[in-house]
Design a protein around this ligand. Sequence first.
Ligand code: CAA
Length: 263
Amino acid sequence: ENVGEFVRVEVDPDNPAVAVIRIDRPKALNALNGRVTEEIAEAAARVSSDDSVRAVVLYGGERAFVAGADIKEMAELTHAKMLEYSRALQNALTAVARIPKPVVAAISGYALGGGCELALCADFRVVGAKARLGQPEILLGVIPGAGGTQRLPRLIGPAKAKDLVFTGRHVKAEEALEIGLADRVVEDDEVYSAAVELVARYADGPAVALAAAKEAIDRGLETDLDTGLEIERLQFSGLFATEDQKAGMRGFIEQGPGKATFE
Ligand code: CAA
């Protein structure tokens, strides 16, 4: 199903509960222009609200995940325009980060600048052996503007994030794995299927509990421990009003550990 000119929401043929947000602007290596950004936000909203979707893959095809924000579109923008442009980018990527389901980025080729920042909004990153990741904005005389200065240090720590942001260098798959930017490295032609496999295991899990777990972890990382624990306590106790908790605990008591089935 087309979201617009450059983004589609597809269903994985073998896993009907796994949706794929497919970015497809090959002429510019999937660079995020205003249109692509808008369509990503719309795609995130669609997969978030569709109950038949239980897990999500972000995919840009084999040559590039996303090579960044569209430099040609940005180059002549004024400060005032850029304030809006950056807000739209941040909002779109935050909409992806807030998808209340397991999300994996399937990265083949380039994930640079805004592309790396988009990948940071997924829960997991599966990276092809020949992929290149990085935050090259400094080489353009700017800094990451779609969450890179915030989400990258949260994921890999401040010193490693500064290394990548200060140098703008491309990181190969093996190093990405070593520093925690990648969770799995696979052959390039296996990126998509490995990513699907990684999240498909959640498709018949307890969807409400998975959403609560994601929200508690992500919101908790944005706050102090005390507030984080409070978020956890409310999410945890809130689950006692759900079918997931009933089915899960009944399943344990009647059939044993790991035997519960969820709607
Ligand atoms: N914006 C606009 N166009 C881009 C682009 C980008 N970020 N990345 C690639 N393209 C275009 C190229 O201009 C080229 O277009 P033409 O055919 O019309 O010339 C086409 O995509 C193919 O790219 P290349 O010919 O450059 O391909 P390559 O294989 O030689 O190099 C690359 C690939 C190393 C990814 C190189 O294209 C590159 O360095 N791209 C820019 C990467 C970058 O700096 N990204 C950060 C952008 S700024 C940002 O993202 C800010 C933010 O945080 C919000």
